[in-house]
Design a protein around this ligand. Structure first.
Ligand SMILES: C[S@@+](CC[C@H](N)C(=O)[O-])C[C@H]1O[C@@H](n2cnc3c(N)ncnc32)[C@H](O)[C@@H]1O
Length: 238
């Protein structure tokens, strides 16, 4: 099937306009958030890295080696629509989309541009390997991460996970989008802990959707939010 104008197949699985808003008992950032972020900031996470993630990272590292082009990282890229759109928008950049779901990555790959690579890996390992290898993406996207809205699942959210300092250390302009504003408020507080400021604003609805989930949420009439870091760098916080 040819891509739609935005590059997203409108018939794609899971894109109906009846998606439910996030429901949570939380009405504000989690009360344990800063304690978690602080705890993780004090210790480098040492969980062993899985072999398949090392192999995936090595493939990506080899792909960028020798190419003097700025890097855009699209973490949790799902079907990779956002990676392809970013690669088309920034033809002089390299775009790497990473997701752990082989099923999502296997969809709609025919039109992947030459400056875009989609990789199957777990981000909690991939980010650590990227930090170790000295990657410094110019831009880093985390679009519609799983919100994990139950308060008891705080630690599953990336900003309350032990890998968060590695994400921060990668630097670059970071952007995340969500249909749950509290997720982004927590993310902003976690960045602030590491000395980086961020702003939160509505996702402009006059632009074509950047991802499949964005299209789905928008067609369900949900308000969508964007967090973007405004200043600071990884070097300042480490
Ligand atoms: C809600 S989907 C959003 C996908 C895409 N960004 C979009 O907006 O259409 C969240 C994605 O994050 C991926 N994901 C969640 N945790 C991950 C992890 N630890 N490593 C890699 N991918 C992960 C899931 O496989 C899923 O594709």
């Amino acid at each position: 099937m040819p891509p739609s104008v935005s590059g997203i197949d409108p018939q794609a699985k899971g894109e109906s306009g009846n998606s439910r808003s996030v429901v949570s008992r939380q009405t504000a950032p989690h009360e344990d958030l800063i304690a978690q972020v602080g705890k993780h900031a004090r210790h480098r996470w040492a969980k062993p890295i899985a072999d398949y993630n090392r192999e995936a990272f090595a493939q990506a590292d080899q792909w960028i080696a020798g190419r003097a082009q700025p890097l855009i990282l699209d973490s949790g890229c799902g079907t990779g629509d956002s990676s392809r759109l970013l690669a088309a928008r920034y033809p002089a950049h390299l775009v790497i989309g990473v997701d752990r779901s082989a099923d999502r990555l296997s969809r709609q790959r025919a039109d992947t541009p030459e400056n875009c690579l989609l990789v199957r890996a777990d981000l909690v390992d991939f980010w650590r390997l990227a930090r170790e290898a000295g990657w410094r993406p110019e831009q880093h996207y985390l679009l519609y991460p799983n919100p994990e809205p139950k308060p008891k699942h705080l630690k599953r959210r990336f900003h309350a996970h032990p890998v968060f300092p590695d994400l921060v250390a990668l630097g670059g302009q970071f952007e995340s989008r969500s249909n749950w504003r509290i997720y982004l408020e927590e993310l902003a507080q976690a960045f602030a802990y590491h000395g980086r400021t961020a702003e939160i604003f509505p996702v402009p609805d006059d632009e074509p959707p950047l991802t499949l989930f964005e299209r789905k949420y928008r067609s369900s009439g949900q308000p969508l939010w964007c967090l973007r870091t405004t200043e600071g760098s990884a070097e300042e916080s480490t």
